[in-house]
Design a protein around this ligand. Sequence first.
Ligand code: SF4
Length: 199
Amino acid sequence: MNIDLSRRGFLGLAGAGVAGTSLGAMGFGAAEAAEAAHVRAFKLTTTTETRNTCTYCSVACGIILYSKGDLRAGEKAELFHVEGDADHPTNRGTLCPKGAAIKDFALAPTRATTPRYRRPGGTAWEDITWEAALDKIARAIKDDRDANFIAENAEGVTVNRWTTAGFLAASGSTNESAWTTYKVVRSLGIVGFDNQARV
Ligand code: SF4
């Protein structure tokens, strides 16, 4: 359809449109309600935000986990969206493809969520509780360290070494947890200490 609109007519119509929009924005008449009705609610408004660190690599980008469910009311958190933390000094809101897909990693049905143990000579892994896993690790640490700790070398110099055990740390740690790990490992006398990302 052709509309024969003069320049003066066009300016008049545009002016009327602007006036109507402005009146609506200021709360006049039904315009405001009509305008509000077609604006979709921001989907993250009512969610719980949890800040964390990407678990994948030594860049340690900051992420924000969005979940439904009020934990303080005893409800279960339901993760449904993850994005980069714009306030984080490392990544400023950006994520690489691995980090951007971390929700699928967190919710994967094949993800291990409990410690697993394979008995000596066994062929299958069995789920055990966190308490049982911690007890086993503590027992193994104590027994091996007691049996192999070297307090002095052959010249009688104090060395406090424990060389029959090693420790592999993960890179997706905060500075605080990495520092705590370092202190625990070195205070035990462990010499073989490495990191998955060699940082
Ligand atoms: S988002 Fe990518 S670059 Fe950042 S920590 Fe995760 S894997 Fe590393």
